[in-house]
Design a protein around this ligand. Structure first.
Ligand code: AHR
Length: 496
């Protein structure tokens, strides 16, 4: 099948915010305990965090990690997680029915991020708690000293303020599963008053308000409008969350999931544009897609691990290669919407719906979905250019004209490299690709890395891992380059 793509240096989507390559760690399952933190592990660092996991995380070059939840956030008392670990309380954690020992709290987490060159994105509890506790946490974290809570932080051994810039006003507050869920009116008012207090406490911060928990929520749309009508001037981002599933094994439809993500982003962006116009405001509210991934395998297994234990092993998805392709397509969609999406968090990072897995006391390994994210985070920084793709299409439940080839094009910050991220969703046919370039004369050499394998292949410890491979360099003729996208493949073509 012939595919033509045209890329013009002048046709810019946006500069890409580095925060597009962020992730998420929640006090959920084994994400924290026996995930990132395991003091008895042979590779534990002096702070008790697993060095093998840190090595995998560092490779991903994450911008931010969202923490501490998720649904966990809505019942969390941040004070439980500071001070002498020996005196921290153990509690029943009502979002995930586990025991929370509070061995890791805000100080340990911020230290972990900073040691790894990552910024924390911290949530405040707007479920069981409210504006005062949110402002208190901010005072504890960001005020230099000389106040009760900043002095408390100093007394805990953290003299320097944490300087946390990015904060989430609660999590999924529209969801009936949420601890102390709210109506849009209730949340909009609380989020507005919390935002005011937090920005008075520290005007340097940026705030993310909760959008709908997912696109098919019955209040989707009206929730966003109501929340924005209350908070507009006080917030900087509105959140989107979405997980994609392949429960019925309809592969073409599953691989078209990014069509759904694209529509979701564009709809929420137009609701923001509508509110801006209604107010005649100069202020902008951009999008934070702070939970996205594939998530359905654990649900299919129908397991119910024992409750009320520390590190209850839930939602440990074993991702296959089809999931990696789907995740790759979602990444092209995020890049192609980087004019409105400024923050995006692959949810989550370790053990829970995660690219990185661990065994307690044992090895760690990389799931299939690790690799497309690794590529995008490494080579997808700079300026997103429009890619005009002409290719074959197919029909499925999500639409009649799903392109078989997805493409995102990123010109590096120094303008010395152009990287194309490409997915061929055709399960049987290769795509013979010809790319025409305009205004990119300095590029003269190309490298092609391909990731493909059996769609049901799962990377497991002790077995051969499916990894991306370099293929023969594509032909580069003047301003044209050609290469083949093999069936069901993720591809990274770098022009240098
Ligand atoms: O990421 C797992 C969970 O999914 C989060 O706790 C919640 O925000 C979402 O529903």
């Amino acid at each position: 099948m012939k595919t033509t793509i045209h890329i013009d240096r002048k046709q810019v989507i946006s500069s890409i915010d580095d925060r597009l390559y962020s992730s998420f760690i929640e006090h959920m399952g084994r994400a924290v305990y026996t995930g990132i933190y395991e003091p008895d592990h042979p590779r534990a660092d002096p702070q008790g965090f697993r060095g093998d996991v840190e090595d995998h995380i560092k490779e991903l070059r994450l911008s931010h990690i969202r923490y501490p939840g998720g649904n966990f956030l809505s019942g969390y008392r941040w004070e439980d997680g500071v001070g002498d670990p020996a005196t921290r309380p153990v509690r029943r954690e009502l979002a995930w029915f586990a025991l929370e020992p509070n061995w890791v709290g805000i100080n340990e987490f911020v230290g972990y991020c900073r040691r790894n060159g990552i910024e924390p994105m911290i949530g405040v509890n707007l479920g069981t708690r409210g504006p005062q506790e949110a402002a208190d946490l901010l005072e504890y974290c960001n005020v230099k000293g000389g106040t009760r809570l900043s002095d408390l932080r100093c007394s805990h051994g953290y003299e320097d303020p944490h300087g946390i810039k990015l904060w989430c006003l609660g999590n999924e507050m529209d969801g009936p599963w949420q601890i102390c869920a709210k109506t849009a009116e209730e949340y909009g008012r609380t989020a507005c008053e919390t935002a005011k207090m937090m920005k008075w406490m520290d005007p340097e911060i940026e705030l993310v308000a909760c959008g709908s928990s997912f696109k098919s929520m019955p209040t989707y749309g009206s929730w966003e409008r109501t929340v924005l009508s209350h908070c507009w001037e006080h917030i900087d981002y509105l959140s989107l969350h979405q997980y994609y599933q392949n429960l019925d094994g309809d592969m073409p439809n599953y691989l078209a999931s990014n069509r759904d993500m694209d529509a979701f982003i564009k709809e929420v962006a137009s609701i923001c544009a509508e509110e801006k116009a209604r107010r005649g405001s100069d202020h902008d509210v951009k999008l934070s897609f702070d939970e996205w991934n594939a998530w359905y395998h654990f649900q299919k297994e129908n397991r119910e691990p024992e409750k009320w234990i520390v590190a209850r092993p839930i939602e440990e998805e074993a991702y296959n290669f089809a999931d990696a392709l789907m995740v790759g397509s979602l990444l092209t969609t995020l890049i192609n919407n980087s004019d409105t999406v400024k923050i995006a968090c692959l949810a989550q990072l370790v053990n829970v719906i995660a690219p990185i897995m661990t065994r307690p006391g044992g090895e760690s390994w990389l799931q299939t979905i690790y690799y497309p994210f690794y590529h995008a985070s490494r080579y997808g920084r700079g300026t997103a250019l429009q890619s005009h793709v002409v290719c074959s299409g197919y029909s499925c439940a999500l639409g009649d004209d799903i392109p078989t080839v997805d493409c995102a094009a990123v010109l590096s910050k120094d303008e010395k490299e152009l990287t194309l991220f490409l997915v061929n969703k055709d399960l049987e046919n290769a795509a013979e690709c010809e790319v025409g370039l305009s205004g990119l004369r300095s590029l003269s050499r190309a490298e092609h890395t391909e990731y493909r394998g059996p769609l049901d292949y799962v990377n497991l410890p002790g077995q051969k891992s499916l990894k991306p491979q370099r293929t023969a360099d594509p032909g580069f003729l003047g301003e044209k380059i050609s290469f083949t996208l093999r069936p069901a493949s993720w591809n990274v073509v770098r022009l240098i």
